[in-house]
Structure formats: C-alpha cells, structure tokens
Ligand binder design. Structure first.
Ligand SMILES: Cc1ncc(C[n+]2csc(CCOP(=O)(O)OP(=O)(O)O)c2C)c(N)n1
Ligand SMILES: [Mg+2]
Length: 567
C-alpha cells in the first residue's frame, strides 16, 4: 500500500516504534487518524490498538500506569486545547512520577479556503484557536513540539518517544493540525532508527565506593526510597542491601511501588516510625525520593551523613528543594543500589568487623518481625480491618493500586505485599489516578488481578462513569474498594491542625469536607456494567470481596464500598 496521508504515516510510525495502544478521544481534528487506522488495517499494515477514551484524564492515567508496569510509552490522542485541559491533574502526576507518555493533541486547522484539505469548515475551529495551546501543559511537559510539515513527522515522533522514555522519563506533547494530517506523506527519508532511549545514568564508581564505605562504618543506617522498587532489579537490590547490612528501609511518604516486602524485618511502613528511624540514623541513603522526610518531623543527628542518588538529584522541576545532602549522585536508583550492594559485599568479605556489624544488625532485626494484622470478625469496619480482609482474599501476585489518601498508611501497614511490581501508586499529588491507573495496569498485566483501594473522594476524582465504562469497553476489569469515610478527611484534618481551638475543631467538622449527598456507589457501578456492593460490617467484608473478585475473574469490573467510621 502506498500511504496517502500524513495521518497514515503518523499511525504507522507509532506502530513501528512499538506503541501498542492509542488511547483516543476523537474530535474534528482526528478524522484523518481515525480513517488511517482502518485504511492501514485494510492493507494489513500494523497500527496500535485504538482504545476509546471517554475522559482524557482517565486515559492518561492508564497510559501512565502502563508505563509503570512495562517501561514502554504509549500514545494518548486528545482533542485540541479542550482535550488537553481535560488531562488535568494527571499531567502533574506524570511529571512527578516520571512516567514516559506521548500525548498527541490536534491543533485547529490553518487553511480555510474551499479547497483546503482538512481545513476549517466548522465554527468550532475558530473558537479552538487559542494563542498558546501547549501552554496548558508547559509547566509539566518534558518536551513540546508541533508537527508543522509532513517531512518532519518521522523525526518528531521518534524524538517524542525517545524523550518520553529517557530517564527521568516524562510527558512528550506533540500537536498537529488536521490539514497537516491530510497532507500527502513525505516518506523518502522517513526513518524509525536513530532515536535510542538513553541508557539510564550509571553511578560514578568513586561515589559507589564512598557510599559503601559510609554504610560499612555506620551504626544506624537507613535507606529512604520511594521508587527504587519500580523495577524487579531495584526491588531485589533493596532486599539484598537490607539482607546484607540490616539497614532500615523507609520512605513511604509519597506512594510509589513496593520497594521491599512488607514482611521484611527492615521494612518501616509507618510515617512516624520512618521519621524516628531517620532522626536516629548516622547514614541516610536517599534513593529516588522526592520527599525523603518532612523537615518538621525529623531532626537529623549532627553527625548524620546524607547521600542522595537520583537520575535528577538537582530536582530542577521543584523550585524549593533544600534537603541537607552531603553527596549527590546522578544515577539510576536501581543500578546504583545494585553497585552499592556489590561493593559492600566485597567490603564485608575483606573486613570481618564490617561483616560482624552487619550480621548483628540483621539478627537483631529478625528477632522483631513486623506483627501480623488481626482482622476483627464483627463490628464496624476500620481501615486496618479492611486491609486485613483484603490480605486474606488477594493473591501475592495481584496488583494493588493505592489512592487511599489519609488511609494510605493503613494500606502499607495492613496489606501484605511481598513481591515486586504488586503495588502501583504514583508518587504524585493529583487525585483521580486509581481508576484509570487500574485500567492501565490491567492492560499491561492481563493475567493478573488488579485491585484499587481508593478514598471516596479519590474515586469520584477518577471519573468513575468513564473509567468503569472503559473497563467494559476495553475488557480490562478491576476491583475498586472504596474507603467511604463520608468525604474529604484529608481536607478536614488540616483545619483542626492549624486551628486546634478553632470553631471547626469545636464543631468537629469543617466546611466543604463532608459528602451529604454522595452517590449510591453500588448503583453507580451497576449503571456502568460493574458489580457493586456496599459493606458496613466486618463480618460481611470477606464474602463480599470474594464475590467481587469472582466477578472480576469473570470479566466484569466490581466496586465494593466499605463504609468506615467518619471522624
Ligand atoms: C485533583 C485534586 N483535587 C484536589 C486535591 C486536594 N485533596 C487532597 S486529599 C483530598 C481529599 C481526598 O478525599 P478521599 O479520597 O475521600 O480521602 P480521605 O481524605 O477521606 O482519606 C483533596 C480534595 C487533590 N490532591 N487533587
Ligand atoms: Mg474520604
């Protein structure tokens, strides 16, 4: 087949670069792309699978989650400025969580003559014409480009994928107008080679030696990481470091993957426990963590040494980032940890005192393994009780998507997660990720069960009508467990915190934080082809979760609303 349009060239290039999914919310701008997908199929040529998105932030979260599970960027096509705006806070999450994603947005056509192919032919195309469409994402995108001519298409697409996936990964934002998409393609010099994803930065050997020497001499070392377990190698390196040296592993302030088994004696799951461990440490190794601790709750020892390893240790996208670091190392976290473990292993072999210190710490830790969480058999549901019930019904390989907000700590303390890649939670601030994220995790891991644990507020931010509909459309069922505490607890507690004797604290409530007309969640689920159930008593939860998981195993999404105490 001879390609006829630049849109056909675009779709072919995405396929040639290995993009498997095109999350599409179409508009007038996408007609050439829609036609291209079918015309290529007719000709037997490859194209990414198109997944219909009915809300852009949901599909961006899905693409973000797909990246987290696979390290392969996908493409999200959105309608001009309006679709870009609907990406909303998920753009921020992509930035902070360093997700490789390509967003392609239409741009209103340039031509308006009667013979302008793809030119303006509807009032909306004048309304869409805004001075700075990429400005919507400028503070968050890693790279922005408009495709203005057919002959630059191959370079623009290759570069978008290269930039998105190179560490630290991020959002590449491409725009293209409908008339350019209709232009005949320029294929003479088109290439898909020559856009390698940069190899992640390896740590300088001298830095590895220095960190290893400090850890070997330390009495109370702590590793603080929120992202090292994002790869299986990173998870293995964290556990190897803990097994060898007996250091503590903290860092669960900001979500992120499972970095170490929740059953591992070095795992510090709680925030207060983490702050205490860091305050007591003489060596703090921070690996890929944007917020290693809260300065207000940690006072470092005067003799503490802080090492910071990150692909971007300068944190260029964070205006104020002033943690007292002694040595900053630009390196991939998992790779650096692997090198540190190797160096420490060699040190411990050479130096019996070091080996003895490590062995003592490891055996002391093993004497106090983390306590198992007991599940109450009856009575009202509590967050930890919900987690204990979940632990009972899910498999070790099931993947948990966490957006539990003020109950996040209950998730990390209460749900047993022992294997890498079994928690997906963006270390990022924009609520509404979990439902779209669950879709993306399920796309990436169709053989696994996916279970989202969300606040009731987070569930609503996730555009549940679209997300549950898309689960049915795409064949990506997941279970959403809603922790219904009647609204925004996270937005109420700060009012009490800042005004302990204030009117709100006296009234035991704060404006704008309680839902008095929340949806009927099971009915909402049922309206969107999902199975819904509401649970109020502890004794009913395990059977309800089992029924929901059976539905998910049978291909239907499910929602279990857990009514927990309001405070
Ligand atoms: C998109 C977005 N809007 C608003 C906020 C501010 N915010 C942070 S937590 C929160 C409440 C979350 O409620 P819920 O998910 O029910 O969790 P809970 O606080 O009850 O534990 C809000 C509104 C945010 N982080 N992201
Ligand atoms: Mg809530």
């Amino acid at each position: 087949m001879k390609l006829k349009t630049t849109a056909e060239h675009l779709v072919s290039l995405l396929a040639a670069h290995g993009v498997e999914y095109l999350f599409l919310n179409p508009g007038t701008d996408t007609a050439p792309v829609q036609e291209a997908v079918y015309s290529l199929a007719e000709a037997g040529l490859p194209a990414p699978k198109v997944l219909l998105s009915t809300f852009e932030s949901v599909s961006l979260a899905a693409a973000h989650a797909y990246w987290k599970m696979t390290g392969r960027p996908q493409a999200v096509f959105v309608h001009v400025d309006a679709g870009t705006q609907n990406l909303g806070a998920q753009v921020h999450n992509v930035l902070r969580d360093r997700a490789g994603v390509v967003v392609i947005a239409g741009k209103t056509p340039y031509g308006e003559e009667a013979d302008a192919s793809g030119g303006r032919n509807a009032p909306i195309q004048w309304q869409q014409d805004v001075p700075d469409q990429p400005g919507i994402v400028r503070g968050y995108a890693k790279w922005i480009q408009e495709i203005t001519r057919p002959e630059m298409l191959d370079r623009a697409v290759g570069r978008a994928l290269q930039v998105a996936a190179s560490s630290p990964a991020g959002l590449a934002y491409l725009t293209v107008s409908r008339d350019v998409l209709m232009d005949p393609p320029r294929l003479e010099h088109s290439r898909t080679t020559g856009f390698p994803v940069a190899l992640p930065p390896a740590p300088a050997p001298a830095a590895v030696e220095r960190i290893a020497a400090a850890l070997a001499a330390a009495q109370a070392p702590v590793l603080v990481t929120s992202r090292a377990g994002r790869t299986a190698e990173g998870f293995a390196a964290v556990e190897a470091l803990a097994d060898l040296t007996g250091l503590l592993v903290a860092g669960r302030l900001e979500g992120g993957p499972v970095n170490i088994s929740s059953r591992h004696p070095s795992n510090v799951a709680g925030r207060a426990e983490g702050a205490a461990a860091i305050s007591a440490a003489d060596v703090v190794l921070v690996v890929e963590s944007d917020v290693p601790w809260l300065p207000a709750t940690v006072t470092l020892r005067a003799d503490a040494q802080v090492f910071h390893v990150d692909p971007d240790p300068a944190k260029a996208s964070m205006p104020l980032w002033s943690y007292p670091v002694d040595v900053a190392v630009q390196a991939d976290g998992p790779a650096a940890l692997g090198a540190i473990v190797a160096a420490l292993g060699a040190l411990a072999e050479r130096d019996l005192a070091v080996a003895g210190r490590f062995a003592d710490r490891v055996s002391r830790l093993r004497e106090n393994p983390p306590p198992a969480i007991e599940r109450a058999d009856s009575g009202p549901l509590t967050p930890l009780g919900v987690m204990a019930a979940l632990s009972e019904v899910i498999d070790p390989e099931d993947i948990l998507v966490e957006e539990a907000v003020t109950n996040a700590e209950a998730v990390y303390k209460g749900v047993e997660r022992t294997r890498p890649g079994t928690v997906a939670a963006p270390a990022a601030p924009g609520l509404g990720w979990a439902l779209g994220g669950s879709l993306g995790v399920k796309l990436a891991r169709p053989d696994r069960r996916v279970i989202a644990v969300t606040g009731d507020g987070a569930f609503l931010f996730g555009v549940p009508t679209s997300a549950l509909m898309m689960a049915a459309e795409w064949g990506t069922p997941f279970l959403a467990v809603i922790l219904n505490n009647g609204g925004y607890r996270a937005s109420r507690l700060p009012v009490y915190g800042l005004f302990p004797d204030g009117v709100s604290a006296q009234r035991q409530t704060a404006v704008g934080t309680r839902f008095t007309r929340a949806p009927d969640y099971p009915a909402l689920a049922a309206a969107c082809h999902a199975r819904g159930e509401r649970v109020e008593k502890a004794e009913d939860l395990v059977p309800a979760l089992r029924r929901a998981l059976a539905a998910v195993d049978g291909g239907q999404a499910a929602v279990v609303e857990c009514v927990i105490e309001q405070d």
